[in-house]
Design a protein around this ligand. Structure first.
Ligand SMILES: *[C@@H]1O[C@H](CO)[C@@H](O)[C@H](O)[C@H]1NC(C)=O
Length: 139
């Protein structure tokens, strides 16, 4: 019994968090992303990480739900967001969202569209496509 309990704690603790699309949409809203951007963000995160907070791409060194790059934004490596890449792998999305807003603002300034920081954005740029990712959600 004790062993089973321990095992289940271990599994719970190490298991990755894969969000549902609506759960994710609500959290992104709550953590401060603008309502009119939520569909696009849900589409982008699906394409970047399949909503899996633990996603790591070892060839691009990108971390978490939004696949934030270690080269510029999280530490070690770059640290423009003042956050550890490892912190971007947990279930708490506040630090991810803070960094995403910073990246977005930087690309908005440089390229005129903040979403262009994400390679997957073109596949989410069509509003109908983006909206289909949250069409079953009450937000
Ligand atoms: C990982 O990053 C590389 C380089 O950007 C990219 O080509 C590849 O599609 C990424 N892999 C996944 C699973 O997203």
């Amino acid at each position: 019994m004790k062993i089973i309990l321990l095992l289940s704690v271990f599994v719970t603790y190490t298991h990755c968090k894969v969000f549902g699309n609506c759960e994710l949409a609500r959290q992104l809203l709550n953590f401060g992303l603008p309502r009119h951007q939520i569909a696009t963000w849900v589409c982008i995160t699906f394409k970047e990480s399949s909503y899996n907070t633990r996603a790591i791409n070892y060839s691009s060194n990108c971390y978490g739900l939004f696949q934030i790059s270690q080269e510029y934004w999280c530490s070690p490596g770059g640290n423009a967001c003042n956050v550890a890449c490892s912190s971007l792998l947990d279930d708490n999305l506040q630090d991810d969202v803070n960094c995403v807003r910073q990246i977005y603002n930087e690309f908005q300034r440089i390229k005129g569209n903040g979403f262009l920081a994400w390679e997957t954005y073109p596949a989410c740029a069509n509003p109908n496509t983006a909206n289909s990712y949250i069409s079953n959600c009450y937000l």
